[in-house]
Design a protein around this ligand. Structure first.
Ligand code: INI
Length: 154
C-alpha cells in the first residue's frame, strides 16, 4: 500500500513568512524561530522572504498575494491574537483563521496557520519558545513537510 510523507529537507524550497506586527513582542519571536528553523532545514537565505503586515486580520490578504504569485512553495502565517487585550477577539481571530484556510484551499499552496489565538499574554509567551513549545519553529517544519508532500502528490 503506497504511503507518502513529505520530508523535512528544505533544500531548494522557497517560502514566504507573512507576519503581523501587532503584539510584536510575541510575533517577532515567532518570526525569528520560523526563519532560523527554515535555514537549519536547508533553505537558502535568499529563498526565505518575510512580509510584515499591521495585524492578524491582514495576514490572509498578504498570504493570498504570495500564494498567487507562484514564487513560493509554501506560506507561513504568523500572528498573535490575545483575548484579554481586545474586545473584538472573535472577529480578528476568526477572520485570520477563515481567511488563511480559504487561501490554502483556493490556491493549493500550503498555507500554515501559525497565528496564536490565546486568552492571555502568558499563554502567548508559553507558545513562543516557552513551556508549550514554539509555534514559529513548528510552523516552519509544517511548511517544509507540506511543500514536499505536494511535490509527491501533484
Ligand atoms: N491584531 C492582532 O494581530 N492581534 C490582536 O490581538 C489584535 N487586537 O487585539 O485587536 C489585532 N488587531 C488589529 C487587526 O488585526 C487589524 O490590524 C486592524 O483591525 C486593522 O484592520
Amino acid at each position: 500500500m503506497p504511503a507518502l510523507e513529505g520530508s523535512a529537507a528544505g533544500e531548494g524550497l522557497r517560502i514566504c513568512v507573512v507576519v503581523a506586527r501587532w503584539n510584536g513582542f510575541v510575533t517577532e519571536v515567532l518570526h525569528a524561530g520560523a526563519v532560523s528553523t527554515l535555514r537549519e532545514c536547508g533553505l537558502r537565505e535568499e529563498d526565505v522572504t518575510s512580509a510584515w503586515v499591521p495585524g492578524a486580520f491582514e495576514v490572509p490578504t498578504a498570504a493570498r498575494w504570495a500564494a498567487e504569485s507562484g514564487r513560493f512553495d509554501a506560506i507561513i502565517c504568523l500572528g498573535a491574537v490575545i483575548r484579554g487585550e481586545t474586545a473584538h477577539f472573535e472577529y480578528v481571530a476568526g477572520g485570520a483563521a477563515e481567511g488563511i484556510t480559504r487561501v490554502s484551499q483556493d490556491t493549493g499552496v500550503p498555507v500554515i496557520f501559525g497565528v496564536l489565538t490565546v486568552d492571555s499574554v502568558q499563554q502567548a509567551l508559553d507558545r513562543a519558545g516557552g513551556k508549550e513549545g514554539h509555534k514559529g519553529e513548528e510552523s516552519a517544519r509544517a511548511a517544509i513537510e507540506m511543500a514536499n508532500l505536494r511535490k509527491l502528490l501533484a
